[in-house]
Write a protein that binds this ligand. Structure first.
Ligand code: ZN
Length: 84
């Protein structure tokens, strides 16, 4: 079984992503004008479901998340209740 980081947006600005391991349920190839396009159906534990080109499902965790300064505190504080 292969997993991708769930690309579901958790806010409107697109800064936060779900990021849970989404199981690749099906992989297939679509013929596009640029040649064969690797696609997949994925589903994360929260029920987010995606079906499309793998390229569109992949996202850069480092680029999407906060800077290295913030990452340490983010690891320590998890969930909305922990912030208060
Ligand atoms: Zn998800």
């Amino acid at each position: 079984m292969m997993f991708l980081d769930c690309p579901e947006y958790l806010d409107r600005s697109g800064a936060a992503r779900c990021g849970l391991p989404a199981a690749v349920e099906w992989r297939y190839t679509v013929n596009s004008t640029d040649g064969p396009l690797e696609s997949a159906m994925i589903r994360c534990p929260l029920g987010h479901f995606f079906n499309g080109p793998v390229e569109a499902l992949l996202w850069d965790k480092a680029a999407a998340g906060p800077g290295p300064e913030d990452r340490r505190s983010q690891d320590a504080v998890r969930g909305p209740d922990a912030a208060s």
